[in-house]
Design a binder for this molecule. Structure first.
Ligand code: SF4
Length: 630
């Protein structure tokens, strides 16, 4: 056990390790991200939490896979390697929804992509090749959401569980602090990671023979889901597997999931229990520098957007179909204490770089802070209804607004803004509440309706158009007489399963009629383990077992163009979509036309387009143009 004080930065070199009197770290963290010593970075969070628990840590950020020496910086760890692909799935980080290679990576020095595709697998293979006897734990978003057989959009096929593919002993799913400390304690006590099968929040593997031989309590609590071969061959079994996985993620149900693979069996233990406020406070009260490690010569783009942002809570019960956050952070809201958040604000206010603006205090959904339900303490969430529409749940919204006010009152702080997405369907009605909310909006308020067509919002499990309209009216009501005005930045998505070209035209007409502008749109990307990805891969909605239309390739491009029909570059695709839908009435010079026959696009003068472009840059996806006209 080490009782050394927390280091200035976690060591990334042998010299730094020796400078603090250590010759061999207990645990080596290998990550696909550059090392940002910030609580929004998993490397810093897990590294400092381990150090706080008495374990020394060495960090290998973005090793050069062409030079295996970059993985031999510290030699072999005393306990184990912990490997992650980084803050994002490396395939999402590297490719656009159209599967084109991206030229930038925000989590790399200078934005230069520096992690391999399938980073977790590549790093684990290399480490295992160098240190065959070293125990390996994998974790992070990439591993967490590929823990079972899953549809991989980038290879357009079903892939095995990443733990079946990787020479790793254990996979941690979820944020991982509790699991990695417990694993360190077990390894420290001399136990072999291969034999550790009882910790919550991990997946492990075994051979069919060992499984048959063992007869423990696990065997009795196990639910076997369709095997890799079955989900690969039969879409209806992929649907069944998706439902069994989604319905059995309650940390209070002692439920183990088993999936057979050609060479091994993957077992998922029950998820880790939600962290208590005390534990969360302890983790976020650690001395993060909120800077990149001094080894970097160029800036790391991601740091700018997170440097002065604060995580106030974890978890989300929104249940959007295209989001797998609940399978990583869980549905139960885990909130920090206001005192702990205010301590963090005070620490930031003392930083020489700080200019007075806290860019965000929030979480996956900003306004779920402080939400609570008694069931969450002992039983977890209900399976027969949704927390989002449940009156038993108590809202922490007023506490959240008070927290923002108190943070803004801290000496040295001028502004505290909401930078995370807001669930507008959870915001209590009334001008006063909206005004209070807008006091913490920096000119732009991010919300995610994603669509308004009923056939699409139901597949997305998003609120219907009328809820969006009522929120927008409230927001615009508060803007009257306000100077400067604020804008909504709704995120809109094209190409989601269940969405047709007609639905996109319906949305385009809605934008036209409300003189709303879009600048960047989200083209649906099937990421591992979501309900929407199951729809994309099988053409079946797993919740209703109905067949759904799945736009792909050319149609996806047409849908995406329809959302930005004013963009001259989209004219031919928009024309194609309107013709396909028999909507020639929208082609021409009439005021309701979306495009002209000649290639210019309607409903927007040149001056308007330039101003919108300028505003767009400021306003991003969506702007209430002419707001000052109402
Ligand atoms: S009672 Fe309501 S808020 Fe509580 S877990 Fe059940 S659905 Fe969610």
């Amino acid at each position: 056990m080490n009782h050394l004080p927390q280091p200035e930065f976690l060591p990334v070199s042998k010299e730094e390790l020796e400078d603090i009197g250590i010759d061999r770290p207990d645990i080596i963290l290998v990550s696909g991200d550059a090392y940002l010593d910030h609580p929004a970075s998993a490397t810093a969070l897990l590294g400092r939490t381990l150090w706080d628990a008495g374990y020394t840590v060495g960090v290998i950020p973005q090793p050069d896979v062409k030079n295996i020496k970059s993985l031999m910086v510290f030699g072999s760890p005393r306990l184990f390697f912990s490997i992650s692909g980084g803050s994002m799935d490396s395939m999402v980080a590297h490719y656009t929804p159209a599967r084109k290679k991206r030229s930038e990576d925000a989590f790399s020095e200078g934005g230069h992509p520096s992690r391999p595709d399938r980073a977790t697998l590549v790093y684990t293979d290399l480490v295992h090749r160098i240190y065959q006897d070293a125990p390996i734990v994998i974790g992070g978003v990439e591993a967490s959401l590929r823990r079972f057989a899953h549809y991989d959009y980038w290879s357009d096929r079903i892939r095995q569980s990443i733990l079946a593919d990787a020479p790793a002993d254990i996979l941690i799913f979820g944020m991982g602090e509790q699991q990695i400390i417990t694993l360190a304690e077990c390894a420290d006590a001399g136990r072999n990671l291969k034999d550790i099968h009882s910790i919550a929040g991990i997946c492990w593997k075994t051979s069919p023979k060992n499984w048959a031989d063992q007869n423990t309590e696990i065997n009795s609590g196990v639910i076997e889901i369709p095997s890799f071969s079955e989900v690969n061959d039969d879409p209806s079994l992929f649907v069944k597997s998706t439902n069994l996985i989604a319905d059995n993620q309650n940390p209070f149900n002692n439920c183990f999931l088993l999936q057979r693979h050609p060479k091994t069996l993957i077992i998922q233990n029950p998820p880790a229990l939600p962290l208590s406020t005390e534990n969360l406070d302890r983790i976020y009260d650690l001395p993060y520098k909120r800077r990149a490690h001094p080894r970097y010569r160029e800036p790391i783009p991601a740091l700018e957007s997170i440097r002065f942002s604060i995580t106030s809570h974890r978890g989300c019960y929104g249940n959007c179909s295209f989001c797998a956050l609940a399978l990583h952070q869980g549905k139960i809201i885990q909130s920090r204490s206001t005192e702990s958040v205010l301590r963090e604000v005070q620490r930031i206010a003392l930083m020489p770089e700080f200019r007075g603006t806290i860019s965000d205090i929030g979480g996956p959904s900003a306004n779920m802070y402080g939400d609570m339900c008694e069931r969450w303490k002992t039983k977890g969430t209900c399976t027969d209804r949704e927390c989002i529409s449940c009156r038993i749940r108590s809202s922490g919204f007023s506490e959240y607004l008070s927290l923002l006010d108190d943070a803004q009152a801290v000496q040295g702080v001028k502004h505290v803004f909401i930078g995370s997405g807001l669930r507008y369907d959870l915001i209590p009605k009334g001008g006063e509440t909206m005004s209070h909310l807008c006091a913490h909006v920096s000119g732009q308020l991010k919300i995610a309706p994603e669509h308004i067509s009923p056939g699409v919002t139901s597949r997305m499990n998003k609120p219907s158009q009328d809820i969006f309209d009522s929120f927008r009216e409230q927001f615009e009501g508060v803007q009257k007489g306000r100077n400067p005005k604020q804008y909504l930045i709704p995120y809109l998505m094209s190409g989601h399963p269940g969405c047709t070209i007609k639905d996109m035209i319906f949305l385009a007409e809605y934008l036209r009629d409300n003189r709303l502008y879009t600048e960047q749109v989200q083209d649906f990307t099937p990421t591992p383990m979501t309900i929407s990805t199951c729809m994309y891969a099988t053409g079946i909605d797993p919740r209703t077992h109905e067949h759904v239309h799945v736009p792909k390739n050319e149609e996806k491009r047409v849908q995406r163009a329809l959302l930005s029909w004013r963009e001259p570059a989209n004219h031919s695709l928009v024309m194609e979509g309107l013709k396909q839908a028999g909507r020639d009435d929208l082609i021409g010079s009439g005021t309701t036309c979306l495009i002209s026959r000649s290639g210019h696009n309607q409903n927007c003068t040149g001056k308007e387009r330039t101003r919108a472009k300028k505003k767009g840059k400021v306003i991003g996806t969506f702007a209430r143009h002419h707001m000052n006209d109402h």
